[in-house]
Design a protein around this ligand. Sequence first.
Ligand SMILES: [Mn+2]
Length: 195
Amino acid sequence: MRTARIDRNTSETQIAVAVNLDGTGVYDVSTGIGFLDHMIEQFARHSLIDIECRIVGDLHVDQHHTVEDSAIALGQAILEALGNKAGIGRYGSAYSPMDETLARVALDISGRPWLVWKAAFSQPRLGEMDTELFEHWFQSIAQAAGITLHIELLYGQNNHHIIEGIFKGFARAMRTAVTLDPRKGDAIPSTKGVL
Ligand SMILES: [Mn+2]
């Protein structure tokens, strides 16, 4: 079973995260930030990764620790569930339209964390969530899961569409990258023999 569970308690956040890479996109998300819940739910639904993500964070300080730690824990859980990465697609990409917006996400589960982020928002907040934290969320999950992640907003106006298009594109790219390819069998998808 490609599953993992991360329980992480610090003075800033108490987190319980669980993933099933071979799920159907079922989710149970509660971070205390409604808009972040909405995005993680989109990620689960469109990646088909089952995700449980429960956080009690220090939101009386600000949203930074909660947003960051949700991405770190989710990334750690995905990395652990991937095991030695035998047989995975490894690469994934998606063009992600949402009404007037088009985003592109391309990624490699490479073990070499990197984020290229070319997107910006015209609003400081969506719901109660600070839009500057979205880049940090992707930076944190790329770092924790060892993903080379390129995200670009090609065009778009509506801030909700922009970030939702990006999350859904990330989800579909991850679906391709984590899915087992039966033609690969137990082979590690690298000529180096390790990922
Ligand atoms: Mn929405």
